[in-house]
Design a protein around this ligand. Structure first.
Ligand SMILES: [Zn+2]
Ligand SMILES: [Zn+2]
Length: 389
């Protein structure tokens, strides 16, 4: 009898332990529930099961997201380093309206015509030297049907990059496994091509080497779209020392030249760009991992945490606020950290704390409200509306 009770007690303890861990797992920033899809600007009302273009940019339906991340996709049957144009009409003499990268970029198939052409939609992936200068514009056009093929994708992993939240959401075996802070591209009037191209891709290049540009080093680079890579946040080499500071402080906001920079410091679940690249490189299912980029269209919003959402700090002169009680950035003797709440973050004593670059807790309320204000009024990734061309 006593033994049975002890077992029940142990079970209860295990359950409460699991619940506490679940509470600790914060996404940092989470998009609000929405029915806005990547094909929001389409004139067609397609409704395909598991389709990237037809699936709302919403994390709350995990099954729908996983179906989308593991569904086959249609690509142009050409080398990844070659781009193909899509035409305004089913005619090679008509206007070229957008660029599509071979092998790795998905297109939304709308209609296969009898004369050998297929009507498609996608984000135009023009780079600075592309024939058609349409930077991240959503295009509808035509491509010859014999240039298209369907590819299977990896069934264990999937990645979402959300421009709205500036987060990477990593899915494994049907579940959201973790989230990491990123920086996507930041364009300006001279470099409209810096905006990261949204869309559906597969990571084809799995040699996780470094990209070096002058004294800027980007480790663990995974290519998914001709010149676009997922890689570690850059560092500058100074007297043999790696200095990440300048780029790391920008994580969580647009900052790159088009690549997607991912946090280097390990989060609470032990993930960073290095761990991610190892899993992808050593995957058993050799099909390529799907990576989708969600556009931050007008009307999308981020969730503002409840006031009682727990945050943590080190009362012994800690300068960060944390998402978890056992953050890897803090010396063991100060763990577990002391809890306070998101509602208290602006109070005296917490006001000066900065967000921990390891566990990447939620930004402050003012920052989240600013993101929402901007997206009530505009689509920041809509380069073609703002670029003076
Ligand atoms: Zn669809
Ligand atoms: Zn932390």
């Amino acid at each position: 009898m006593r033994k049975a009770l002890a077992l029940i007690m142990a079970g209860l303890l295990l359950l409460s332990g699991a619940a506490a861990a679940a509470e600790d797992f914060l996404l940092g920033v989470e998009p609000e529930v929405t029915d806005i899809t990547p094909a929001a600007r389409s004139e067609y009302e397609a409704d395909h099961e598991g389709c990237y273009w037809c699936t709302p940019m919403d994390l709350s339906d995990e099954a729908a997201v996983w179906k989308m991340l593991t569904a086959p996709m249609t690509v142009v049957n050409a080398d990844m380093m070659k781009q193909t144009v899509c035409y305004a009409e089913p005619d090679e003499n008509s206007e070229a309206v957008g660029m599509i990268t071979g092998s790795s970029q998905g297109v939304h198939v709308l209609e296969e015509l009898k004369d050998g052409w297929t009507k498609i939609e996608t984000y135009s992936t023009s780079f600075h030297d592309s024939k058609v200068k349409n930077f991240n514009g959503f295009v509808t056009g035509y491509i010859r049907s014999d240039k298209l093929k369907t590819v299977k994708v990896n069934q264990k992993y999937g990645i979402i990059i959300d421009k709205l939240t500036q987060r990477l959401y990593f899915y494994m075996d049907g579940h959201l496994e973790t989230s990491l802070a990123v920086s996507t591209g930041l364009y300006n009037s001279k470099q409209p091509y810096n905006e990261s191209r949204s869309g559906e891709y597969i990571i084809i290049y799995t040699k996780t080497g470094a990209l070096i540009d002058g004294n800027m080093h980007c480790d663990y680079a995974l290519r998914f779209n001709a010149a676009d890579y997922l890689h570690e946040v850059p560092y500058i080499l100074q007297n043999g020392e790696k200095n990440y500071k300048g780029y790391e402080s920008k994580l969580g906001s647009r900052a790159s030249h088009g690549c997607i920079r991912v946090q280097m410091k390990k989060n609470a679940q032990g993930y960073n760009m290095r761990e991610l690249s190892k899993l992808i490189k050593n995957r058993k299912d050799k099909n390529c991992v799907k990576l989708v980029v969600w556009e931050d269209y007008q009307g999308r919003q981020v969730k503002i945490p409840e006031d009682d959402t727990p945050l943590y700090y080190n009362p012994n002169k800690g300068t960060y606020y944390h998402a978890v009680a056992n953050c890897a950035s803090v010396k063991k003797k100060f763990l577990p950290l002391k809890a306070f709440t998101f509602g208290e973050l602006e109070d005296e004593g917490f006001r000066k704390l900065t967000a921990c670059p390891y566990c990447q807790p939620t930004p402050r309320r003012a920052v989240l409200e600013e993101i929402n204000q901007v997206h009530m009024e505009s689509s920041p990734g809509d380069v073609m509306s703002y670029w003076p061309h």
